[in-house]
Design a protein around this ligand. Structure first.
Ligand code: DLL
Length: 435
């Protein structure tokens, strides 16, 4: 079985990776300075010239780009080449503010698909596989990215897109899909639906799933692995840097290898912008080393994580990032306490509840309120009020221990929380509406 898609680069020595990065960054900064006036202005303001960037270590001298810059420069202000050289756009699924529109040359698409192919091979994919892609197709990067990667590997590709779960299951069973790609919340939903239709996990031919685009916990991983009878691999990326495949998990399942020949990663202190040493928790910043259409330098992702260069048993040498521990803008501050949705998910799954929940935050009489609606599994359902109340109390107490503040838990009937086919909406913060 092919273990790597591009063995030479995926297992290259550190010296070789640095050599590639040194070479690419010098070229890329010069290219951006000459072709992207928006970024040239930022560099000029900071007093940095392309000649100051002689190696990847000099990257610290460059200004950051933020989502705000992307909004300001929308739509063409950060384009790195003539529009006639671009063959595609993709866009974020964001619902607030202006969308982010990213541009791709044909070469950008090739490299992006190669990154996705690396992820599929790392999950055990070969040309023998049937790869069912149920990320959304269209402007969202999930479907097109994994679709292209699957073609490159030579899998039989099922371009299902998201939704129509009955049809997903019919194709999965009839065509014997062996790999499934979708958001973890949709994978959980497919698992649940399979069980309802009476299929045991071993009835399907799936062996691996490639799940990302939203935060998910280790508990969620175990739950999906059990319900589908597969090994579940994480995949990360964002529209601004191309889409899925910026990093991906290998069989060790202890973090995602960043494709360092294309993306240079830094961890910074989100408050001060200071670059932090390896192993520190902070905001992830990416530089696209060879993108032509949308060549972002030092882009602040707002994702909080940790990088590690600890040797990996899979033989890949590229740096690994932890699962994002929430986004800096995902963090809820409730009565002064920092709360991440992932903490809530961990408690729920550890206590034997379903991954179907919704977090409601509001402000009543100037005090923040936190309510969590949690769906009961059919076997947990009871019409005895006292039983349900006791369960709610126990869950509130477990939440208080984890979060440091006490939420109000409401156990709701099976199937009453709407399922997600793409990125799940877990948090409804009504405070923003009143502010
Ligand atoms: O979600 C790209 C993608 C598609 C990744 C399919 C993986 C699979 P955006 O819609 O631009 O792009 O959203 C990017 O989603 O900054 C993270 O906050 C979050 N995210 C992406 N992957 C993961 C992951 C796609 N594996 C934003 N774990 C990022 C946690 C993730 N969060």
């Amino acid at each position: 079985m092919a273990k790597y898609y591009q063995p030479e680069i995926e297992t290259a020595s550190r010296e070789e990776i640095i050599r590639i990065q040194n070479e690419k960054i010098v070229k890329q900064v010069k290219h951006v300075y000459e072709n992207v006036p928006y970024y040239r202005n930022l560099m000029d303001e900071k007093g940095v010239k392309p000649e100051d960037i002689k190696s990847i270590d000099d990257i610290k001298k460059l200004p950051f780009l933020t989502k705000n810059d992307l909004r300001e420069a929308y739509p063409y202000g950060l384009l790195g080449t003539d529009l006639k050289n671009c063959v595609r756009i993709q866009s974020t699924s964001g619902t607030t503010g202006k969308r982010v529109v990213a541009f791709y040359t044909q070469n950008d698409i090739e490299l992006w698909e190669e990154c996705c192919a690396r992820a599929i091979v790392a999950a055990g994919g070969t040309e023998e596989d049937v790869c069912q892609v149920c990320y959304g197709y269209g402007l969202f990067t999930g479907g097109p990215g994994l679709n292209g990667g699957s073609h490159k590997v030579g899998c039989l590709t099922l371009p299902m897109s998201s939704g129509n779960t009955d049809r997903q299951i019919q194709f999965m069973m009839d065509l014997g899909s062996t790999i499934i790609c979708c958001t973890p919340s949709y994978a959980a939903y497919i698992g649940e639906t399979l069980a309802e239709k009476g299929y045991k996990p071993e009835a399907n031919k799936l062996k691996a799933g490639i799940f990302g685009a939203e935060p998910w916990t280790e508990e969620m991983r175990r739950s999906i692995e059990k319900s589908l009878g597969i090994k579940a691999y994480d995949i990360y990326g964002l529209t601004e840097t191309s889409g899925p495949g910026v990093s991906f998990e290998c069989e060790e399942q202890t973090g995602m290898h960043i494709n360092e020949d294309h993306f240079y990663a830094e961890i910074i202190d989100p408050e001060t912008g200071e670059v932090l040493p390896e192993g520190s928790k902070g905001e992830l910043v990416f530089t696209s080393l060879d993108k032509e259409g949308f060549p972002l330098l030092r882009y602040r992702t707002r994702d909080i994580c940790v990088l590690t260069r600890k040797k990996c048993s899979c033989g890949r040498t590229h740096v690994k990032m932890s699962k994002p521990m929430g986004r800096s803008d995902d963090m809820m501050i409730i009565r002064g306490v920092n709360v991440f949705p992932s903490q809530i998910e961990t408690v729920l799954l550890n206590e034997g509840y379903s991954p179907n929940y919704q977090i409601l935050v509001d402000r009543v009489n100037n005090t923040d309120t936190l309510d969590i609606n949690v769906e009961l599994n059919p076997d947990q359902f009871s019409d005895k009020v006292a039983e349900i109340q006791a369960r709610e109390k126990a869950l509130e107490s477990a939440m208080r221990t984890m979060l440091g503040i006490g939420p109000k838990v409401h156990l709701v009937a099976p199937k009453s929380i709407v399922r997600s086919e793409g990125k799940a909406v877990r948090v409804i913060d009504n405070r923003k509406l009143h502010d």
